[in-house]
Design a protein around this ligand. Sequence first.
Ligand SMILES: C[S@@+](CC[C@H](N)C(=O)[O-])C[C@H]1O[C@@H](n2cnc3c(N)ncnc32)[C@H](O)[C@@H]1O
Length: 211
Amino acid sequence: MNFKKAHAYIESLYEKRKLTQKKYTEVTELKDFGPVIDDDVARMLQVLITLAKPRKVLEIGTSVGFSTASMAKAVKVYGGKITTIEFDAKVAEQAKKNFEREMVAGQIEVRIGDACDIIPMLKEDYDLIFQDVGDKELYAALFDDCVRLLNPGGLLVAEDTLFPITLFPAFKCEKMRETLANFNKRVADCPLLESTLLPIGDGFTVAVKRW
Ligand SMILES: C[S@@+](CC[C@H](N)C(=O)[O-])C[C@H]1O[C@@H](n2cnc3c(N)ncnc32)[C@H](O)[C@@H]1O
């Protein structure tokens, strides 16, 4: 399949949507923030949420909140809630403003702090965990906690998981490639998970915790 042609065709079908990455980032006042998910990943998250109806969602890595707002639009329909973790207070404050503008602030709790400190201390269960933290070494480091925090039937989803084969060697990202390759192997080999890796965005892992 010609993925470039397929991608262009699919995006043309959805270009009239109200919430797109381009529109969202254009009206975001702050211009210096971590990259946000592509529209195809946002739609995939919304499809998964509409299908599975997670009551409690945990997101690791907020940036200015495009993924959070996209998920919040879907959970708002049935009253679900999202907790999102971001260690950069400036982008977290911008995310909060964006949530007000998108009228989803009531669905979202923003926790400002380091995911390394917050995640191991969490005791609550979640129905969907979205791993999109900027420090990619945390994917593998937080993997056991993510599986522990998920309810049976819950979803673990992760963005950028095709980096092991898509990052250019010139970027000198060997460590990032290695750690994501390690995460991918752990997901694929984990007896508690039913999983796959989709070639959308920069690679999107979808895993369900077995009953
Ligand atoms: C890829 S961006 C998140 C994008 C967002 N999920 C979206 O698509 O709209 C990753 C974010 O993780 C944050 N981050 C990096 N290391 C972190 C850590 N240890 N704890 C919490 N947040 C972290 C960065 O500041 C950055 O804003």
